[in-house]
Design a protein around this ligand. Structure first.
Ligand SMILES: [Zn+2]
Length: 179
């Protein structure tokens, strides 16, 4: 369906999807920075760090959930690095007290349990499905990321030692890496 779209048209599609997700998820704020991946991946480029610093100073978050440093995608690793750089520009008292690098899609068996933070995402299956469904342009290529994500959440939750045994069979908690 999107094979004849230009880059500019695809950008607009992705923008709209993100806005829809923000409405469905009732996010209090959603900011689209519109940086190309090249900027995010380039250690010398400070444009993303500048923007993130501005957002951090305005929003003063206590906790930040972001990508993890072992992410499969270079751009996502770049996002964490820019974010850490932006946080380090803040005076210590203004920094968030917690930064969590999240992994939802991939297996985390390789990581020791003490380095993981398990977050319960049970009980919101309909909302999670609705949010995943919004990203139609990423699903329609035949890859059902929505189903994969749901399965991964369930698999990671089930193998979580931190989940009480009685809940283990039905848990869909996501594994989260601490660093
Ligand atoms: Zn990624």
């Amino acid at each position: 369906m999107y094979k004849d779209f230009t880059d500019a048209q695809m950008i607009e599609v992705r923008r709209r999807e993100q806005r829809k997700a923000a409405e469905i998820g009732e996010y209090s704020t959603m900011v689209q920075l519109n940086h190309p991946s090249a900027n995010v991946k380039d250690p010398a480029s400070k444009a993303v760090v500048d923007d993130l610093e501005r957002i951090l100073r305005a929003a003063r978050p206590k906790e930040i959930h972001t990508h993890n440093l072992a992410d499969k995608h270079d751009t996502h690793v770049g996002v964490v690095l820019k974010l850490v750089e932006a946080i380090r520009r803040l005076p210590a008292v203004q920094r968030p007290s917690k930064l969590v690098g999240c992994e939802v899609r991939r297996d985390l068996d390789w990581m020791t349990d003490k380095d993981k933070v398990v977050m319960t995402v049970d009980g919101h299956d309909n909302l999670a499905d609705a949010l995943m469904g919004v990203f139609e342009s990423q699903i329609c290529g035949g890859k059902r990321y929505d189903l994969a994500a749901r399965g991964r959440r369930r698999a990671n939750g089930t193998s979580s030692r931190a989940t009480p045994p009685t809940k283990a069979k039905t848990s869909s908690s996501a594994w989260i890496s601490r660093r």
